[in-house]
Structures are given as structure tokens and as C-alpha cells.
Design a protein around this ligand. Structure first.
Ligand code: CA
Length: 359
């Protein structure tokens, strides 16, 4: 079996879907993190495509290693790993289709057939506490049983901690004791402010405290994690097993959050999971892409015995769902694993073609 083509397509101007075609008529689909659609699609189509053409799509780890080391000096993080992710996920989809197995079975087994999702609600910086609370109320009405509010201060530190605290209090009134409420500072605090804020959040009950301090501030993460009881999380800014090694060993976070469409795909996130397990860390991946990215993440999570915490979901996107024959369905705050061979998602070719032409 040979790869005949690799193609990244920009969808609705933002999402990047990857297709890997083979000489046996089996096609795999994957997705890259949409940080810059033009750059990502170009990377896949010009750098990774030539590496993959004529190779055996079932030799996934061998291909991953070639995609990582041949363009090593172009990346090692960011766009390079996000591009690899799209191709890698498509290769796993092919392996599933060839073997007739869903990806979670290929990963070792399915521990849960549906996954509890938490509503990940951003934009805190531009909203008042009352406005953010209304967004939370809206999502509770939609059936979510876990919530996270994100501040999105844009990598600025200590802009308005009092407002953040007021927002947490307003939202906590709605979630009460029954619905876990997490807080994502989006790297928005200095370590000392993060500790002061974290203690306040703990006084009301907080489920996890995400990215309290600046990216790469591993010493700051360790300081916050040691000072607080609440599980501290990070990982959406890390890409490979080596960065996660440093985050775990130096940053001492309690929860690791690799993103399957950023960190090099299913192959790399598995290795990161083994590293996390060896250090007894919770695994709660970052995930903002509601179709292929979420499907890949669900298969991965389903294959981990201890991944019982709710998983990130930024909401159903009807326009993207329209590109699939049987889209993922959110019901009562859960998504059921698509158990068809591969990822279990199939593109509606006509709709996909139209969306690609519009982009
Ligand atoms: Ca986050």
C-alpha cells in the first residue's frame, strides 16, 4: 500500500483539513490546529507531502519520525508539529479503515463509549462578570455538566485580577456545588498573583486552575502548583514529548493538556500520555476543533483507563458539522464515540468541495 497524495484544504477560511490518499482507494482524514490556515496548509502541501508520497501509510511511526526530523530546522514546535498532526491523524484513520477497527481499539481498547464534555467558554477579558455568567447559564441550559471560563487577556499579566475574581464568583453562583467550574487564566498572572487568586477560587470550590502563569515559566508553574491544593494545568503551548518532559519535571503541574491537532497527532500524544502516566498526572487535552480534532481526541481519551475528568469542548459548530455525513452529537453534555472504522467520521464530499471553493 502506498500514499499517492497528501492534501491540506482550508475550510471556511480557518479550519485546515488534511486528506491522505492511497493507491488502494482508502483515504484518511485529519486536521491541523487553525493557528494560521495559509501557513499550515502550505507546510503540509509543500514540506510534508513530498516526504509521504510513495511511502506505506501503515508505517505511521516511521513516517512521523521522517516528518519530524527531515524539516527539523523549520520548526520543532508550532506550525511544524501542527502540520504533522493533520497528516498523522489521517494515517491513523487509514489504519482503522484498512483493519476495519475504530481508532480507540487500535490504541489498545475502549474504556468508555461516551465522554463527558465541559463547556469551554472564552472571552472573559472583554465581558463583564454578569455577561460571562449569562454565557454560563446558557450552557447549563444546553445540558453541560461541567464548565470552564477562560479569561483571554492576550498574554498580558495581572491586568484586572479583581474583575476575574468577581467573574468567578458570579459564575460559581450558577454552577453551585454540583457542576465543576474550572478557571483558565490564559497565562494572565504573575506567580504571586496566581497564588492569591487561586486561594480565593479554592475558598468557593474550583475544579482545575489552568495556565495561571506565563508560557515557558516552568519555575512559576511549580511555585503555584506547590502553593495551592487545586490541580494546576498546562500544556496547550507544548508540542512534543520533550517539552512535556520539561513541563512535568520542572513545571510540576498536576494536569497535562496536550492538543492532538497541535502536538503532532495521535502518535505523539500517546507518548506524552505514557510520560504523564509515569509521573501520575491527569490527562485532560486541550481541544478547540469540534469535528475531526474532537473525534481524534475522543478516541485517544477513550483508550486511557484513568482519563475520567470531563474533556474540553468549545461547542457544536453546525457549519462544520454540515461537512460530515454523520457528525458528532452532543447530548446531555456527553459525546458518544463514533465506532465505525478509523475516526468514524466521513466527509460529505460535495459539501466539502463547496466549502473548500468558498475559502
Ligand atoms: Ca486554555
Amino acid at each position: 500500500m502506498k500514499i499517492t497524495d497528501v492534501k491540506a484544504t482550508i475550510v471556511f477560511g480557518r479550519s485546515i483539513f488534511v486528506q491522505v490518499f492511497t493507491d488502494e482507494g482508502v483515504t484518511g482524514i485529519g486536521e491541523c490546529s487553525p493557528m494560521n490556515a495559509q501557513v499550515l496548509a502550505h507546510f503540509v502541501n509543500t514540506v510534508l507531502r513530498p516526504i509521504c508520497i510513495d511511502q506505506n501509510p501503515l508505517e505511521i511511526d516511521k513516517l512521523w519520525t521522517a516528518m519530524f526530523y527531515r524539516p527539523y530546522k523549520l520548526g520543532v514546535m508550532g506550525a511544524h508539529l501542527e502540520a504533522i498532526a493533520g497528516v498523522d491523524i489521517a494515517l491513523w484513520d487509514i489504519l482503522g479503515k484498512v483493519t476495519g477497527q475504530p481508532v480507540c481499539i487500535l490504541l489498545g481498547g475502549c474504556y468508555r463509549d461516551k465522554v463527558r464534555m465541559y463547556a469551554s467558554l472564552g472571552g472573559g477579558a472583554r465581558r463583564t462578570p454578569a455577561e460571562q455568567a449569562r454565557v454560563v447559564a446558557d450552557h447549563l441550559e444546553k445540558g453541560y455538566t461541567a464548565i470552564k471560563i477562560r479569561m483571554d487577556w492576550g498574554y498580558q499579566v495581572d491586568v484586572d485580577p479583581d474583575k476575574d475574581w468577581a467573574m468567578f464568583q458570579e459564575c460559581k453562583k450558577l454552577t453551585g456545588d454540583g457542576v465543576p467550574l474550572s478557571f483558565d487564566a490564559n497565562n494572565g498572572y504573575s506567580p504571586s498573583t496566581a497564588i492569591i487568586q487561586g486561594r480565593k477560587f479554592e475558598s468557593l470550590g474550583i475544579y482545575h486552575f489552568e495556565e495561571p502563569v506565563m508560557v515557558d515559566d516552568y519555575a512559576g508553574y511549580a511555585q503555584v502548583a506547590h502553593a495551592l491544593d487545586v490541580p494546576v494545568s498546562a500544556g496547550e503551548h507544548e508540542y512534543t514529548r520533550w517539552q512535556f518532559r520539561d513541563l512535568i519535571q520542572q513545571g510540576q503541574v498536576d494536569i497535562i493538556q496536550p492538543d492532538i491537532v497541535k502536538c503532532g497527532g495521535i502518535s505523539e500524544i500517546r507518548k506524552i500520555a505514557a510520560l504523564g502516566e509515569a509521573h501520575h498526572k491527569h490527562m485532560v487535552p486541550h481541544q478547540t476543533q469540534p469535528t475531526i480534532g474532537t473525534a481524534a481526541n475522543l478516541h485517544f481519551i477513550a483508550s486511557l483507563r484513568d482519563a475520567n475528568r470531563p474533556q474540553e469542548f468549545t461547542g457544536v459548530n453546525e457549519r462544520l458539522n454540515g461537512l460530515f455525513k454523520e457528525p458528532l452529537e452532543l447530548k446531555d453534555g456527553y459525546i458518544t464515540l463514533p465506532m465505525k472504522p478509523g475516526l468514524g467520521l466521513e466527509l460529505d464530499e460535495e459539501a466539502f468541495k463547496r466549502a473548500a471553493e468558498e475559502s
